[in-house]
Ligand binder design. Sequence first.
Ligand code: SIN
Ligand code: CO
Length: 367
Amino acid sequence: MTLQNFDVEHFLEHHWQRKPLLIRGALPSWENPLEPNELAGLACEDDIESRLIISSNDYEMQHGPFEDDQFAALEGKIYTLLVQAVDHHIPEVSVLLNAFRFIPNWRIDDVMVSTANTGGGVGPHYDQYDVFLLQGLGQRRWQIGQMCDGNTTLLPHEDLRLMADFQVKDEWVLNAGDILYVPPMLAHNGIAQSDDCMTYSIGFRAPSQSELISHYSDYILDEMIEDTRYQDTGFHGQDNSGAISDTAIDDLHKMILHKISDKAGFARWLGKYLSTSKYSEPNAIESITHDMQNGDTIMRNPASRFIYTDDGQSLYVDAIYYNCSDETANFTKALCSYETLIYQDTMSDDVKTLIQKLCTQNAICSS
Ligand code: SIN
Ligand code: CO
């Protein structure tokens, strides 16, 4: 699946993380893979994150999982239902991600799917991440506004981050197969124009500095076996006992830098951290088998996160690290890049062992 009417190089140079882009007819042969009532079905499941926003008067938000009678009570109301990580559950939705492989997989968060009736929407807001908004069914009017920052005034609301002053700069009505790319911090507002409106949000993630520092330092602390202490053997004395000398500050600072500057250690942690699955550990998918046969198709579990380092020697799958031999490196690269691979009896024993382990971990399956 590739996007039409879309120039990747031009997009990366001018739009990615910078400016919005409307792509008309991005997926001309698009067939909506999920009906609104099927999405409502997912929102009733315990392990699936969902929200319902009723905007008939003020904006009111309810969290899933929902019961059928909660949907029945929507009669005559304006609403939108949003379900997170639908790609983890519906393979026909996860294939959509293939159109966005010009951005590394580790940057992808998930595909959120919404359904709304006429007038429904989540209100004017901004997100901290890049998002491609694909119109799946019906029509939606998208308005884009100003660039926001941490000082942008929000309306007082318990659950929603709605903007107090949304300034419409441009607007379009999207039809099925059209996509609007919205960069981080750009205000936007989507209003359903039909009762069957469905929007697929391909959302990206970008770790924050505070998140990295906090999680990496927790890891360093867990891993530390000895606690090296400050030493000042060779101290020559100082004029004022009340001062902390520059040398002491330097030595103390080095104690921290020494731990933090270990790039190999950081890369190992990062692989595990970024490949941690978003929700609980991925479940087995239907046709999982631990006994692959020659010619079987190998597929990654859509709920699993795979990352390999450039040399193919380190593979991280749902926070588990595999040290790959030269022989398995090519297989690792192919497994992380292609949608499917073919199992062959002629594969080396190392590759077969890796496949076995990944099957046991529910990260791959055969179809
Ligand atoms: C929606 O699908 O209605 C909301 C998507 C978004 O604004 O990020
Ligand atoms: Co948004």
